[in-house]
Design a protein around this ligand. Structure first.
Ligand code: PGA
Length: 223
């Protein structure tokens, strides 16, 4: 399976022009790279224009009286393939619980999207795994990103030993069919080892994905 590199732009950039320029630079840089899967998750407002394959969040219902929400069916109809769910910033600022996140994951899977569940501890997996089982959905369409809180946006990535230990613990819960990514202060200097030494099947990149040269370097180093 090809390594999966996901760009999470978070609440950036602040204009459509800058978003277009960032995407164009990334596209140019990775044009000839085939053996890697790249997912770009911009803010929702840019999605219909940029037509990228990823989104940063998803709601748990397809339609209805839910002001401000973006549904999995809308994203699917927009051509999106992957959606991040349960990012630690949403757990913190939007007070999302494991129950809410599990509903989002189920709704995404039912709509044929591939959710990327972010966790920083194993207990955050339990609810989701149980629900996927209850609904008899395919766990291989789930992607998990191990993102230790201390490493997100701090410039201090997780040690390879700890990251590998967590990857193996997650694999024990979900089986070998589910891809497991590492996220948290990934850059072009540490990217390779999370794949080659800690055994992850891809990376979730925040800050470094806003710098096209750095993000392209990460992709080139990994492939
Ligand atoms: P970072 O963010 O790469 O800036 O640490 C990762 C993330 O929050 O997904």
């Amino acid at each position: 399976m090809k390594p999966l590199i996901v760009a999470n732009w978070k609440c950036n950039p602040t204009t459509l022009e800058k978003a277009k320029a960032l995407l164009n630079s990334i596209k140019k840089g990775v044009k000839n790279i085939k053996n890697i899967e790249v997912v770009i998750c911009p803010p929702f407002i840019y999605l219909p224009i940029l037509k990228t394959n990823g989104a940063q969040d998803v709601f748990c219902e397809n339609a209805g009286a839910y002001t401000g929400q973006v549904s999995p069916l809308m994203l699917k109809n927009m051509g999106v393939e992957y959606v991040i769910a349960g990012h630690s910033e949403r757990r913190k600022y939007q007070k999302e619980t494991d129950e809410i996140i599990a509903k989002k994951i189920i709704a995404a899977l039912k709509n044929g999207l591939k959710p990327i569940l972010c966790v920083d501890k194993i207990s955050q997996l339990n609810f989701v795994v149980k629900e996927i089982d209850n609904w008899k959905l395919k766990i291989e369409n789930l992607v998990i990103a191990y993102e230790p809180l201390f490493a997100i946006g701090t410039g201090k990535a997780c040690s390879l030993e700890k990251a590998k230990e967590m990857r193996l613990a997650i694999k024990n819960k979900v089986g070998a069919q589910t891809r497991i990514l590492y996220g948290g202060s990934v850059n072009s200097r540490n990217a390779k080892e999370f794949i080659s030494k800690a055994g992850f099947q891809g990376l979730l990149v925040g800050g470094a994905s806003l710098n096209p040269k750095e993000f392209i370097d990460i992709i080139k180093i990994v492939c």
